[in-house]
Design a binder for this molecule. Structure first.
Ligand SMILES: Nc1ncnc2c1ncn2[C@@H]1O[C@H](COP(=O)(O)OP(=O)(O)O)[C@@H](O)[C@H]1O
Ligand SMILES: [Mg+2]
Length: 244
């Protein structure tokens, strides 16, 4: 049975969508079958991060409604083991039928090794939609104290939901600045109180890949790509050292 993984944060713009795409691509390169679901109703953009914005895609609502099966989900042209469902444009998240949504996820679990749910910003309905059925929770935070505190708050909300296995990815880390400030990754873990799944450097290729409508892992092999590949291996259960 596959695993449902929610990619979350409290704060917006921490890199959830970019990392969700990068990790999905890295898992695909490891031979895994991955379904990516954009849960950011209203502000969907996982298609851009995956480099497939030019291809029309069904929404998860199209599948939840029973109109289409999961086999109709868009296949990634570069990574054929990635399937993709976008977020519906005109269905407020409060109106999503949770029974149908969880049933869709159960079917997805039987067909894919990993289902990645890209959450919207905030800790309200969209956060809960992505988190509540997930087996594994990833909180994406920036390296700054405000973002780390936000991740800690989001982890509290998850705990209230009975989810206690959240792990954090610290994104957009600038190693030179960290050295200059005398801050270590351990300090960041202490500030958030969360175990670490990975560290991703600040890397302009993340933006450049999106601008040139290409998947990150096809665009570059270093920096954020290498970090996503290490994270994917950890998700698969391999022991890979954390490095900047
Ligand atoms: N590691 C990184 N290095 C540089 N830019 C990044 C990195 N991660 C994300 N970004 C950029 O930050 C912005 C917000 O990222 P996004 O993935 O949309 O965040 P979220 O989904 O959390 O709102 C985007 O412009 C994206 O290209
Ligand atoms: Mg996003």
């Amino acid at each position: 049975m596959g695993e449902l993984i929610a990619v979350l944060s409290g704060k917006g713009g921490t890199g959830k969508t970019s990392l969700c795409a990068g990790i999905a691509e890295a898992l695909a390169l490891q031979g895994e079958k991955v379904l990516c679901i954009d849960c950011d109703v209203g502000l969907r953009n996982l298609d851009i991060a995956l480099g497939i914005s030019q291809i029309g895609a069904l929404s998860f609502q199209d599948v939840c409604s029973g109109q289409y099966g999961l086999e109709s989900a868009t296949r990634h042209p570069v990574y054929p083991t990635i399937s993709f469902l976008t977020a519906p444009l005109n269905c407020p998240v409060e109106n999503v039928d949770l029974v149908a949504f969880s049933q869709m996820l159960e079917v997805a679990r039987s067909r894919f090794s990993y289902v990645l749910l890209d959450a919207p910003a905030g800790i309200d309905a969209g956060f809960r939609l992505a988190a509540q059925f997930a087996d594994r929770l990833i909180l994406v935070a920036g390296a700054d104290p405000a973002s780390l505190r936000d991740a800690s708050r989001a982890a509290d909300v998850l705990e209230e939901m009975g989810k206690t296995n959240a792990r954090m990815i610290i994104n957009r880390v600038n190693p030179k600045m960290m050295t200059a400030m005398g801050v270590t990754v351990d300090d960041m873990m202490d500030q958030s109180g969360l175990p670490l799944l990975g560290v991703v450097p600040e890397d302009e290729n993340v933006i450049m890949a999106a601008v040139s409508r290409q998947p990150l892992l096809g665009y570059t092999k270093k920096g954020a790509t290498a970090a996503c590949r290490r994270i994917a291996k950890r998700i698969q259960g391999h022991s890979v050292p954390v490095k900047l």
